[in-house]
Design a protein around this ligand. Structure first.
Ligand code: OAD
Length: 264
């Protein structure tokens, strides 16, 4: 005999299945059942995720912000003052990215899609999550391999090769800029990221110093009962009172460790 609760659950399930069958011609009961019971794993990544691919982080010793002044290369004022310097800075980043490959950490996050609904929220402007094969990625700070019109922000283009130059124009005739969120600019995808954080069943932070807001504030939207993990080889000040399980390892081995823990 079934309890009232079981009966309600069966009815809910049957109604979801009917909806899926009507809306999805490729419906598969097996895939549907797997998806129904998978937890939402939301992962926030930062520059440390790509460090083992040879890309520099920002705030560590020898990091990019030691070599460059943020106000000269990563702000709207810098773009007004000296656009060629800004273009050169991002051209160098793009050149480095074209020579880089995803690392074990990126591939580990792809493997996690077997066990979870994985959502990656990345502060990184590289495309290494995409190249590794992750399927559900949200870029918070833009994308290095894209350019954008300076008069119509809806016009976004793929950059062929590593160079974006002064004089490269959009179809409306205005200069193209890097498709990057600079300091002092709004973060257009933050509302979507907040919703993701609110729906997390598990939240994992990898390779970010948690210094840059609003990205660093996403942890405060994760429900209180949800476990939070942090993978980073160095000490990181997470600006939140909540308990965080620390995995003090580089991204590659830390993700492998997380997979072992998740599989039990
Ligand atoms: P940071 O450079 O501030 O932090 C990098 C973090 O990665 C540090 O906590 C390191 O300890 C850690 N780390 C280093 N090597 C690692 C490894 N192999 N595996 C895992 N972690 C490692 O970079 P972000 O926090 O990503 O924004 O910086 C946030 C934003 O500030 C960036 O998106 C960028 C930057 O200015 C913009 O340019 C808009």
């Amino acid at each position: 005999m079934e309890s009232r609760e079981d009966e309600d659950n069966w009815l809910r399930c049957a109604s979801l299945i009917m909806k899926e069958i009507m809306n999805n011609p490729d419906f598969s009961l097996g895939v549907f059942a797997d998806n129904l019971y998978m937890k939402n794993l939301v992962i926030l990544t930062g520059a440390g995720m790509s460090a083992e691919s040879g890309l520099k982080t920002f705030r560590e010793m020898g990091g990019l912000w030691e070599e460059y002044d943020i106000s000269e290369v990563a702000t709207p004022e810098a773009w007004k003052r000296n656009p060629e310097l800004v273009l050169r800075f991002y051209n160098e980043r793009r050149k480095a990215l074209l020579g880089a490959l995803p690392n074990a950490g990126h591939y580990g996050l792809v493997e996690l899609e077997k066990y979870f609904h994985v959502r990656i929220i990345t502060q990184n402007v590289d495309d290494l999550h995409e190249r590794a094969g992750s399927t559900n990625i949200l870029h918070l700070h833009g994308e290095l391999k894209k350019s954008r019109s300076t008069i119509d922000p809806r016009l976004v283009y793929d950059i062929d090769g590593w160079e974006l130059n002064w004089g490269d124009l959009c179809e409306k005739g205005s200069q193209l800029r890097p498709h990057i969120v600079w300091f002092g600019e709004a973060v257009p995808n933050i509302e979507i990221a907040i919703q993701d954080a609110e729906q997390a069943d598990i939240f994992v932070i990898i390779g970010t110093s948690m210094q840059v807001y609003p990205a660093a504030g996403l942890i405060d939207y994760v429900p209180r009962n949800v476990p939070v993990y942090l993978i980073d080889p160095n000490e990181t000040a997470v600006g939140s009172e909540r308990h965080v399980e620390i995995i003090r390892m580089k991204a590659g081995e830390g993700v492998a460790q997380f997979i072992r823990m998740a599989r039990g």
